[in-house]
Design a protein around this ligand. Structure first.
Ligand code: MG
Length: 380
């Protein structure tokens, strides 16, 4: 008999008993919960291993210590699990969603995604959340009975964080909440905010490490200034990486604690007693108003001073060119694509989608190598 893995969870958590299940039904495992199986399938996927060589903000070869999509996803999972345990939500599910949330990202971070979306304008566009779902639903080919990983509905619901209305209409059940303006389960809401906590803080850390940001400049941001002052008071004379780490860990902690308290109050006030109640309620996992304002101030600061720093812009511009030129050469000459990506009939939309899948699946360095192979005349 399958043990009850969910006995300790709150009634409004996602649980196997109320799961909307998998597309292809499979027998329950005697040793693992359904969401644990999802997590395990994600970790064993090819797309997951590629995250190691995909950019977060800094391109992989710029330095060995910067976050990549892989370490980012692990940090998101860590924060999400802490939050879930405190709120008695399903830790296995938040971990699965967190580890899968960026699987559909193109090489070169947002620059790559924006460029690919522009290239795909006449062929249905490109959305990285939707691509993450496409990876786990169809692109991974590892099982005998089905394409994709055959994940549970709740993990898929969490992966599809945003979705345009035309795509939502096409997707069926998992897209329906975007049409009906409903919420996903609390685990999905939580993984989304854990993502935000993780990248805001590690981007400060990476920004300072790279020298593109300075501590002095960061003092414009109230959340940073407050904890930096506390650290200096507690450890007189502290400086360098130690001071930064002591500050950042306090910021993460403050955000996590605020999110727990405020979400707990929201859940109590909404009186939800099942995951379906949660889906019909307003968003319940949320920061307090004060913390939300501080987090927004931090985001604005990073957008202006880090994401649009001229040195980041240079890489962004190069990334855009690489993705755009690769798309252009493949769409004009599909015979240049590896066999698996060439379509024999002449459906241009389908061919464009195959090109997008091929480019989106590339790591940063693979995209650069492919670019050289195709455009550098002295390269074979
Ligand atoms: Mg992310």
């Amino acid at each position: 008999m399958t043990p009850d893995f969910d006995a300790h969870l709150a009634p409004y958590a996602a649980r196997a008993a109320t799961s909307r299940g998998r597309s292809f039904s499979e027998a329950a495992s005697a040793t693992r919960s359904e969401y644990q199986r999802d997590r395990d399938r994600i970790i064993h996927s090819t797309a997951f291993r590629r995250l190691e060589y995909k950019t977060q903000v800094f391109v992989n070869h710029e330095g060995d210590l910067f976050r990549t999509r892989l370490t980012h996803s692990i940090e998101v999972a860590q924060i999400a699990r802490s939050l879930a345990r405190n709120l008695m939500l399903n830790e296995d599910l938040v971990e699965a969603i967190s580890l899968a949330h960026d699987l559909g990202h193109t090489p070169f971070g947002h620059a790559g995604q924006d460029a690919l979306n522009a290239c795909m304008k006449d062929y249905g566009g490109f959305e990285h959340n939707l691509q993450s779902l496409r990876v786990v639903d169809t692109l991974e080919q590892r099982y005998g009975a089905f394409d994709g990983l055959n994940l549970t509905f709740e993990t898929r619901e969490g992966i599809l964080k945003h979705c345009s209305l035309p795509n939502a209409q096409r997707l069926g059940e998992v897209g329906r909440r975007f049409i009906e303006k409903k919420q996903p389960g609390l685990e999905a809401q939580l993984a989304n905010l854990a993502d935000e906590i993780a990248y805001n803080n590690h981007d400060i850390d990476d920004g300072l490490r790279s020298g593109l940001l300075t501590v002095q400049q960061m003092s414009e941001v109230s959340l940073f200034a407050r904890y930096h002052a506390e650290v200096e008071k507690l450890f007189p004379g502290i400086s360098g990486r130690r001071a930064i780490n002591e500050t950042v860990r306090r910021m993460i902690n403050a955000l996590v604690e605020d999110l727990i308290h405020s979400s707990r109050a929201n859940i109590r006030n909404a009186g939800v007693t099942s995951i379906d109640d949660v889906r019909n309620a307003p968003p319940l996992i949320a920061f307090s108003d004060t913390m939300k304002a501080e987090a927004q101030e931090l985001k604005r600061f990073l957008r202006k001073n880090l994401y649009q720093h001229y040195q980041v812009n240079r890489m962004t511009s190069k990334a855009r060119r690489i993705v755009t030129d690769l798309f252009g050469i493949f769409i004009a000459g599909p015979q240049l694509l590896p066999h698996d990506y060439q379509l024999l009939d002449e459906d241009t939309n389908e061919q464009a989608r195959k090109v997008a899948d091929y480019i989106a699946g590339m790591t940063d360095r693979y995209a650069m190598r492919e670019y050289r192979r195709l455009f550098a005349v002295d390269e074979i």
